[in-house]
Design a protein around this ligand. Structure first.
Ligand SMILES: [Zn+2]
Length: 282
């Protein structure tokens, strides 16, 4: 089984997780830029983080046979902090880099005017760079948040089939599907979507344009949720081809749209700017 996790925050995870993900079948992933928990106080803090997603993290993933790509953006939550906004001026330079396969995660957190502005500006940047966009839909007021999200996408220069609407659930999947966007589901240990509900959604709405991710980060989450969904699909009667569509071909098609996806992990030797994942050298 081959698995592509289209949304996982590996910077928050240990190398044990990379090892377990590889053993479970994960061969490629996308790490979107997000909120670190601790608020950032300047654009420079974003740039060091972006550089880590472009350098250190792909290096770390390669030690475990996993191809790492990233999506870069100003996240919805920090779009509300005026100290962070100048990162939007530097972002286009970063979006030109090879292993950036999308703009993300963007979208709404609390649906403020500041979030409106940053969301629309970054959809335009995605269109300008020929990249797809990973769009976070709000965890509260889900249906209202989804409708407003779809409105902003429709008003943008980016085609719906270049947009992945993430964190969907049973209440939002129907309208999300009608929008023509790709459909993302984050599967969590004990809240929101779980693997059995995911299988029921796939039964009701089909596997076309559906992507499943672990969205694992520094909170309660499980980077093996992609594999658990695959196993639950097989146990409930889905065939291996459907599993491969949802867990591999759909994310490859979505993120491949920008022409930058490289699915083979780079060679796992050497160091990154003099550092390895070992302490005290090799
Ligand atoms: Zn995320």
């Amino acid at each position: 089984m081959r698995i592509f996790d289209p949304h996982v925050h590996m910077s928050s995870r240990t190398t044990d997780d990379y090892e377990a993900m590889y053993a479970a079948g994960v061969r490629a992933l996308v790490e979107p830029a997000f909120w670190l928990g601790q608020p950032r106080t300047s654009p420079a803090s974003f740039l060091d983080y972006f550089d880590a997603l472009l350098g250190w993290e792909p290096y770390r993933a390669a030690q475990y046979g996993i191809a790492h790509h990233c999506a870069l953006a100003l996240n919805p939550k920090e779009a509300n902090d005026p100290r962070c906004l100048p990162v939007l001026d530097v972002l286009p330079r970063y979006l030109a880099k090879d292993s950036v396969v999308a703009v993300g995660e963007i979208g709404y957190d609390s649906m403020t005017p500041a979030e409106d502005t940053a969301f629309a500006a970054q959809l335009q940047m995605a269109a300008d760079h020929g990249l797809p966009a990973l769009v976070h839909t709000p965890h509260r007021d889900k249906l209202a948040g989804l409708r407003r999200t779809i409105d902003v996408v429709r008003e943008s220069a980016l085609a719906p089939d270049r947009v992945l609407l993430d964190h969907l659930n049973e209440t939002t999947v129907g309208e999300a599907k009608e929008s023509g966007c790709w459909l993302g589901f984050s599967v969590y240990p004990d809240t929101k979507m779980d693997e059995d509900r995911m299988v029921a959604v796939l039964r009701a709405h089909g596997p076309e344009k559906v992507l499943v991710n672990s969205a694992a980060d520094w909170g309660r989450s499980d980077p093996l949720k992609t594999r658990r969904v695959a196993d639950a699909m097989l146990a409930s009667g889905f065939g291996e081809d459907d599993v491969d569509l949802v867990l591999w071909r759909n994310p490859v098609a979505f993120y491949g749209a920008g022409g930058r996806l490289a699915l083979d992990a780079p060679p796992a030797h050497g160091t990154h700017e003099g550092n390895s994942v070992l302490r005290g050298g090799e």
